[in-house]
Design a protein around this ligand. Structure first.
Ligand code: ADP
Length: 479
């Protein structure tokens, strides 16, 4: 397992040799010590990315395409090994980790497709005395700060388009899941990515983030994480006018109309809600179900949820792994206590589950009936395996309910009426809508939010746009 950082093609420790421990998410066992980098290391990473920039940006697009394809292929070959590292430090079940590796490889394939499509565009002018064109240029050195819930995919989403356009990059993964990032760094060396094109360091978030944002050579930051940290980074980005993509918290509504296929809605709710134990920003957070099918939906979802096996992600058949830390468990408990005090009832779950030889971080999949918008779980992102279900009547109420939040990442709607589905798609104030499905992520599509969920898109050609600075050239035509 790689535990050192990658700067300028070299494996490094922190300059002052400090380290911090990485723990197994289920057992708490120390898996490794990784460098606890600070300001000087963060600056070294920018130096390396700056030195590599001219060489990388001047490569022909097909060369960059080939490198992106080989990263995708190598990730697929090494799926099992990456999945084991993800499961160890994040805790999610092994098959979900394997799915994450595939999904990450897709980002590199998608960026490879786009790398060769991106090119100079000729613009039609009404004036005959000029010719116009727009040249896509890489923004320059870019930074990525990533969260722990998808330790590989969140890097893939940012690295793939950056490389496709010709940017060089500095990356800081989350403190709880740096080993996946360092294994990815090792893969980049194996496929002969030129030194300095991607630099990955682990350590103090504030010191690294503020060094990157204040340096002036870093021209963009792509961040995925909490809205609170996103706001802080946005303020810090102002001085050097650093371009941003922010993928922040979500609070997704999951709307089920009485005319829906209720069993399909239950199945979609189950897969959407309980992935990564409910710790994804697109997990349905507010279930809003029309009165005539409310009881059927609640009973069906509770019955399936109660059968999901809770345990260590390495064990066969486990669907719900540990939550990431004690804070996460506390948040889940306090949302349930608040909901019950305000009239919700626990249909299944509602308590921790003891797993032999493991930490007290496991929580039973929980269904709360009679949820209302006064409850915390309808106001704040849960990031845990809790599904509160509220009632509504009629489309107007559904829309109003779904949009009653400043967040706007994902939303879901179930109905058999296609016209209604289209009306809902148009009315829902969010960046991503799933219709009659609970799983929406796809590396070829523009993933991203609105409002407090942030801005910028990741995936497909939209992902490349975030790393592109268009140069418009206006030339006189002399005849
Ligand atoms: P969560 O609450 O889900 O852990 P965070 O927003 O705290 O989400 O973390 C997401 C990423 O942001 C992690 O890589 C973390 O280290 C980083 N981070 C946290 N605080 C800061 C900060 N002040 N500056 C830069 N990065 C930060």
């Amino acid at each position: 397992m790689e535990t050192r950082n990658l700067i300028g093609g070299h494996w490094c420790l922190a300059q002052d040799n400090r380290t911090f421990p990485v723990h197994d998410a289920a057992t708490g066992e120390v898996l490794a010590q990784v460098p606890d980098c600070d300001v000087a290391d963060a600056r070294d990473a920018i130096d390396a990315a700056s030195a590599a920039l001219d060489g990388w940006r001047s490569r022909h697009a097909p060369e960059r395409e080939a490198i992106l394809r080989s990263i995708a292929a190598r990730l697929r070959e090494r799926k099992r090994e990456f999945a084991q590292i993800i499961t160890a430090e994040n805790g999610k079940p092994l098959d979900e980790s394997a799915g994450e590796v595939e999904y990450s490889a897709d980002y590199f394939d998608s960026a490879a497709d786009e790398a060769i499509r991106l090119g100079t565009e000729v613009i039609r002018s009404r004036r005959a005395d000029r010719s116009l064109r727009a040249i896509p240029e890489p923004i320059g050195v870019v930074a990525a700060i990533t969260p722990w819930n998808f330790p590989l995919a969140m890097i893939a989403r940012k690295t793939a388009p950056a490389l496709a356009v010709g940017c060089t990059q500095v990356v800081k993964p989350a403190e709880s899941t740096p080993l996946t990032a360092l294994a990815f760094a090792r893969l980049l060396i194996e496929i002969d990515l030129p030194p300095g094109v991607v630099n990955i360091i682990t350590g103090a978030p504030d010191a690294i983030g503020s060094t990157w944002l204040s340096d002036g050579r870093v021209r963009k930051l792509s961040f995925t994480g909490s809205t609170a940290v996103g706001r802080h980074l946005m303020r810090s980005a102002a001085d050097q006018v650093v371009r941003l993509s922010l993928e922040l918290g979500g609070h997704a509504p999951f709307v089920v109309f009485a005319d829906a296929d209720v069993s399909a809605a239950i199945a979609g709710a189950l897969t959407g809600k309980f992935r990564v134990s409910g710790q994804t920003c697109v997990c349905p957070n507010r279930f809003i179900v029309e009165a005539p099918v409310y009881d059927e939906f609640v009973a069906g979802l509770a019955s399936l949820a109660s059968e999901l096996r809770v345990g260590c992600g390495r064990d066969e058949g486990v669907r719900i792994g540990p939550l990431i830390d004690d804070r996460a468990i506390e948040r889940v408990r306090s949302q349930i206590t608040d909901a019950v005090a305000k009239g919700a009832s626990i249909v299944t779950g509602g308590k921790s589950v003891a797993v032999a030889g493991c930490l007290d971080r496991f929580f039973a999949p929980t269904i709360l009936a009679n949820a209302t918008r006064e409850m915390l779980c309808f106001q704040e992102e849960t990031f845990g395996p809790v599904a509160p279900v509220a009632r509504f009547t009629g489309e107007a109420e559904a829309i109003e309910f779904a949009n009653a939040t400043p967040f706007g990442l994902a939303g879901y709607v179930y109905s058999r009426d296609e016209e209604r589905i289209e009306r809902m798609v148009r009315s829902m104030n969010c960046g991503i809508v799933g219709t009659n499905t609970g799983i929406i992520s796809d590396a070829y599509a523009p993933f991203g939010g609105r409002g407090w969920s942030g801005f910028g898109r990741e995936g497909g050609r939209w992902g490349l746009e975030e790393y592109t600075s268009w140069k418009y050239v206006c030339s006189a035509v002399t005849t």
